[in-house]
Design a protein. Sequence first.
Length: 119
Amino acid sequence: QVQLVESGGGLVQAGGSLRLSCAASRRTLSISSYAMSWYRQAPGKEREFVATTDLSGRSTSYGGSVKGRFTMSRDNAKNTVSLSMNSLKPEDTAIYYCNARHSYYGDYWGPGTQVTVSS
């Protein structure tokens, strides 16, 4: 069973920072073969794209609402990806999900980690 586990969520004041991590079980998923992404879902809203990076990590793109504030990186050697979030706003409050996409095997998701930004 493929395992992705997010961590690093929590409660932070507006303007603060958090760093999320997503660790993959190397027995079941080697992220070097997967495009990795972060999504988020706020209560009552659809899941929203946050950031994605290609297999090498050299190409990264962001959703418009987080561009310039969030930075995604990957470490294939450690089988992890991270999301550094700065200048957080109350509207960033959501459950954040890690996604691994393989051109053949499809999509895998972690259970999510809650981020709450207070005003």
